[in-house]
Design a protein around this ligand. Structure first.
Ligand code: C2O
Ligand code: CU
Ligand code: CU
Length: 412
């Protein structure tokens, strides 16, 4: 036991939650509580030991989405923990400060377990970010945004509402609550947006039409902060934004697809002095030759990657540790036109090199682990494999992943 080891316990369990819209309670799942989970701080350079305990009545896994760690610690479908069992993971944290998250990944039950409430936050932290708001819950808040559909009795009924193209709902939850209010205390608020929905893309806007400043993408800071009216996130993606309240006197709401779901109440504000570090990287030329082509295809239960559906006994891609590759991910439309697939890879953070031959937008110039690929689009990414073992890559529409839109990458 040394100072550089941090310990956590995370228990997946059943619970009961009451949603205010209807005042009725429903069965939910949560980590260390009734719904969602804690924020686990992962200091860069330290070792984090997590005791994971499964108190569900079925297998689950604990997947650390976005963490660059060996496959045996990754919590993918191969690391199932039986009902009532426990396992310990040891994570050496060596990546950029960022907003990551954790969720279950068991074969066949990922979508349902996430829908019922299993998701938590991971913050990779580092002193290099001391110039940013980082007082948790005060000037630095997470918003895990999810859509859900409740039955007339106010219940979350996954089986009744399951859709093969992704289970969606008409109610937006932020951190598991409907219509939340946050009292803003400082001029600049850092909001960590996590699209934790099973399938829905969100466009986030402010109700006063003002811009937000995006400072980070999935895996860390952008090369330059970007001022944006709309922040778009597909399932699994994250963005860190700064919202400036210094000129605002009234309440402002954060909207998802035009529907307000979190209200910021603005009172007396403390001054903020912000210093935004940036993370420059020499861009890889857009015309760099492609090492590997991945074709995403289909909808519903007819989805595939390179014509195949997931087979736990088949390795689809083999690479060597330390290799850097350029992948081109293509979304081939079908007769119906197809749909956007958020493509996610475990065990790496990558850079987007191009979209349809053009350099990425400024808000995508940073580390990513999930990238939206629209129908007919080709996205090139550059990735370096630093960790060994068998990792998943898949569509983060969780029902597509369940339907087999997933492959395996082996790093030796
Ligand atoms: Cu966020 Cu394979 O998952
Ligand atoms: Cu993941
Ligand atoms: Cu998909």
């Amino acid at each position: 036991v040394t100072d550089s080891t941090v310990y956590y316990t995370v228990v997946a369990d059943e619970g009961t939650s009451r949603f205010f819209q209807n005042g009725k309670s429903t069965e939910t799942l949560g980590y260390n509580g009734n719904l969602l989970g804690p924020m686990l701080e992962l200091p860069k350079g330290k070792t984090v030991v997590i005791d994971t305990i499964n108190r569900l009545d079925e297998p689950t896994t604990f997947h650390w989405h976005g963490l660059v760690i060996p496959a045996e610690m990754d919590g993918g479908p191969h690391q199932a923990i039986a009902a009532g069992d426990r396992a310990q993971v040891r994570l050496d944290i060596d990546q950029e400060p960022s907003t990551l998250w954790f969720h279950p990944h068991p074969m066949g039950a990922t979508a349902e377990q996430v829908y019922k409430g299993l998701a938590g936050l991971l913050y990779v932290t580092d002193d290099a970010q001391s110039g940013l708001p980082n007082d948790y819950g005060v000037d630095d808040i997470p918003l895990i945004v999810q859509d859900r559909l409740f039955t007339k009795d106010g219940e979350l009924d996954y089986d009744a509402h399951m859709n093969v193209d992704g289970t969606t709902g008409d109610t937006i939850l932020a951190n598991g609550a409907i219509n939340t209010t946050f009292d803003v205390q400082t001029e600049t608020l850092r909001v960590r947006l996590v699209n934790g929905s099973n399938a829905r893309d969100f466009d986030f806007t402010l109700s006063n039409g003002e811009n937000m400043t995006q400072i980070a993408a999935d895996g860390g800071l952008l090369e330059q902060p970007v001022s944006l009216k709309t922040i778009s996130l597909t399932p699994g993606e994250r963005a860190e934004v700064l919202i400036d309240f210094s000129e605002i006197e009234d309440d402002v709401a954060l909207e998802a697809d035009g529907v307000s779901f979190t209200t910021f109440r603005v009172g007396e504000l403390d001054k903020a002095s912000i210093d935004i570090p940036t993370s420059k990287k020499t861009p890889t030329p857009v015309n760099t030759k492609t090492d590997r082509q991945l074709t995403l295809f289909g909808m519903g239960n007819m989805v595939s990657i390179n014509g195949d559906t997931y087979d736990p006994d088949r390795i689809d891609i083999k690479v060597k540790q330390g290799d850097t590759e350029i992948w081109e991910i293509e979304n081939k439309p079908d007769m119906m036109g197809g749909m956007t697939h958020p493509f996610h890879i475990h065990g790496v953070q990558f850079r987007i090199i191009s979209r349809d031959g053009n350099p990425p937008a400024d808000y995508e110039k940073g580390w990513k682990d999930t990238v939206a690929v629209a129908p007919d689009e080709r996205v090139k990414i550059e990735l370096t494999f630093t960790e060994t073992g068998t990792f998943m890559y898949h569509c983060h529409i969780l029902e597509h992943e369940e339907n087999g839109m997933m492959g395996q990458l082996n790093v030796t």
